[in-house]
Design a protein around this ligand. Structure first.
Ligand code: AMP
Length: 461
C-alpha cells in the first residue's frame, strides 16, 4: 500500500477572489512540477461545493466548460504526484465528502506517517474508505469529531503524524470556511498572498507570480490560517515541534523562481554549486566547461561556473514536451527512457574535459546513462559533481524516494558509484557544509541524507 501513500503534491486556494476556480487553475499550472498525475479544483459561491477532478496535467484536466461549472469566489485545488499503483482516478484530490448539512474538501501535500495505523483502527470500527490516499483519514477523523469546523479540524490533526501542508474548505449550513494549515514540523512549503483584496495560498510563491498576487508571508510550522467571511484568523495546532523544513525542497523539488523557507531557491542552488567549485579549486581540478543536467542541475552549474571561472555551457538539451507514456517501437531503443528527455550537444563536447553537475543521485541510472551519452559524444573527461549529499534513506514525509535497497549510495561506496556511472571523478556535498553555507534559519529535515528522522514513521515496520 505504501506506493499509494506517497504524495508529493502542490496545493492552492483562493478566498474572496472573483473567478476563484479560474485563478486556482492558473495557480495549479505554476505548481505543475509538484505533480503531473492528476489535478482537481473544488469551488463554492458560499453554497454547495462544485468540483472537477481528473487524471493528467492541469492543461488536460480542465476546459473552459469545466471551469464555467465551478462558479464562486472561493476555491481550493491540488496537483497530484504519486508512485504507480492502485486505481488512480479515485485518488485524485481535493478529496470531498458531503452530508445533508455539511461538506468538507481537502487538498494535501506531504505524507502522513501513521495513516495506515489510524485507517486500520477506523476500519475496525466500521469506517469505509473510498480511496487509497492517506489524506482520507483526516476526513474520517473530522467526521467523528465534535464542535465547529475549526474544532473538528484541530481534533483530527491532533491524531495524525507526519508531513501536511493542507488546504481544507468546509461548509456548515451556509457558512463556508477555508483553512490553510502547516504541520508542526513545517516539512513542506506553504505561503499566503493577497490578490484583488482577497487572499490566495499556495505551495510555492511562483504560483502567486502567475496570478498576479503579492506574497505576504509563509505559514509558521503548526499554524492554521482560517478564512471566514471577511475575517482572517491565525491560530496554532499545538505547541510547536522542533521545525524540520525539508532541505530537498531547496536542492531539487521546488521551482528555482520560488521563495521557500525564507530563501530564493535559485540562490540556494547556486550556492551549492559554489561550494563544489571551491572544493575543486582547492584540489586543482582543470576543466574546459561545466554543464548542468537540465533542468534541476542548471542553477548549481551556474554557481559552479561563476565561482570557478570555468565557462558554463548547455551540453545537454532537454525535451520539455514529454508525457508519462511513450509508444516505443517493438524493437526497443537502447536507453530510451533517458534519451527521450536529454540529448548531448555533440559538436561542442568532443575532446573536452567536462564538469557535469546534477542535483542528486537516487538509483544512479540517470547519471550513468547521461555520462554514457557524453562519452559517445566524444567527451574526454567527466567530473561528476552532485549538489547534495549521497541519498541513503527513503523519505517518509512526501518526497518519492525508493526503499534503501534501491538507493545506490546506501549500497555502494563513492568510488564504486563513480565507476558505475562511468565518470572519471565523483564528488558529493557534505551535509554539514551545506548547513554551514546555506545557513538555514531553523534546523532542517535531512533524513534522506542522514537517516535521522524527525518523526519515527509508525506505518513502517
Ligand atoms: P536516478 O536516475 O534514480 O539516480 O535519479 C536521479 C535524477 O532524478 C536526478 O537527475 C534528479 O534530478 C532526479 N530526482 C531526484 N529525486 C527525485 C524524486 N524524488 N523524484 C523525481 N526525480 C528525482
Amino acid at each position: 500500500m505504501s506506493g499509494d501513500f506517497k504524495d508529493k503534491c502542490g496545493v492552492f486556494a483562493a478566498w474572496n477572489v472573483p473567478e476563484a476556480a479560474h485563478v486556482t487553475y492558473l495557480g495549479l499550472f505554476a505548481l505543475q512540477h509538484r505533480g503531473q498525475e492528476g489535478a482537481g479544483i473544488v469551488a463554492s459561491n458560499g453554497g454547495r461545493f462544485q468540483g472537477h477532478r481528473g487524471e493528467g496535467l492541469v492543461y488536460n484536466v480542465f476546459s473552459k466548460a469545466t471551469l464555467a461549472n465551478l462558479p464562486g469566489d472561493r476555491a481550493i485545488g491540488h496537483v497530484r504526484y504519486s508512485t504507480a499503483g492502485g486505481s488512480l482516478a479515485k485518488n485524485v484530490q481535493p478529496l470531498w465528502v458531503e452530508s445533508s448539512l455539511s461538506e468538507v474538501a481537502i487538498a494535501h501535500n506531504g505524507n502522513l506517517t501513521n495513516a495506515v495505523t489510524i485507517r486500520h483502527q477506523l476500519e475496525k470500527k466500521g469506517s469505509v474508505f473510498q480511496t487509497l490516499v492517506d489524506t482520507e483519514v483526516i476526513l474520517h477523523l473530522m467526521a467523528v469529531a465534535e464542535g465547529n469546523a475549526a474544532a473538528k479540524l484541530k481534533t483530527a490533526l491532533s491524531q495524525v503524524e507526519g508531513a501536511y501542508s493542507l488546504i481544507v474548505m468546509t461548509r456548515e449550513a451556509n457558512e463556508t470556511k477555508v483553512f490553510v494549515v502547516k504541520d508542526p514540523y513545517g516539512f513542506r512549503p506553504l505561503a499566503l498572498g493577497r490578490l484583488d483584496g482577497g487572499w490566495v495560498a499556495a505551495s510555492e510563491s511562483c504560483a502567486f507570480d502567475l496570478v498576479g498576487a503579492e506574497m505576504v508571508r509563509e505559514l509558521e510550522p503548526g499554524e492554521v490560517v482560517e478564512f471566514s467571511g471577511n475575517e482572517v484568523k491565525s491560530w496554532f495546532l499545538k505547541e510547536k515541534a522542533k521545525p524540520a523544513p525539508c532541505v530537498f525542497e531547496w536542492i531539487y523539488f521546488s521551482r528555482p523562481d520560488s521563495l521557500v523557507f525564507g530563501e530564493s531557491v535559485y540562490e540556494m542552488r547556486k550556492k551549492l554549486g559554489e561550494i563544489l567549485a571551491e572544493q575543486d579549486k582547492a584540489n586543482g581540478l582543470k576543466a574546459d566547461m561545466v554543464i548542468g543536467v537540465p533542468d534541476s542541475g542548471i542553477p548549481a552549474a551556474i554557481g559552479y561556473s561563476q565561482a570557478s571561472g570555468i565557462p558554463f555551457e548547455m551540453g545537454l538539451i532537454r525535451n520539455h514536451y514529454i508525457g508519462r507514456t511513450f509508444i516505443e517501437p517493438l524493437q526497443s531503443i537502447r536507453d530510451f527512457s533517458v534519451k527521450i528527455k536529454q540529448n548531448p550537444l555533440r559538436g561542442s563536447l568532443v575532446g573536452k574535459k567536462v564538469v557535469v553537475i546534477d542535483d542528486s543521485v537516487v538509483r544512479g541510472t540517470t547519471s550513468k546513462k547521461i555520462n554514457q551519452f557524453l562519452r559517445d559524444a566524444g567527451v574526454a573527461e567527466i567530473h561528476m559533481r552532485i549538489s547534495a549529499p549521497p541519498t541513503i534513506s527513503p523519505c517518509y514525509y512526501g518526497i518519492d524516494t525508493p526503499q534503501k535497497k534501491e538507493l545506490i549510495a546506501a549500497n555502494m561506496t563513492v568510488n564504486e558509484i563513480r565507476d558505475f556511472m562511468v565518470a572519471d571523478t565523483l564528488t558529493y556535498l557534505n551535509m554539514d557544509l551545506i548547513t554551514e553555507r546555506l545557513k538555514p534559519k531553523t534546523s532542517m529535515c535531512d533524513a534522506c541524507f542522514t537517516g535521522k528522522y524527525p518523526i519515527k514513521p509508525k506505518d513502517i515496520v
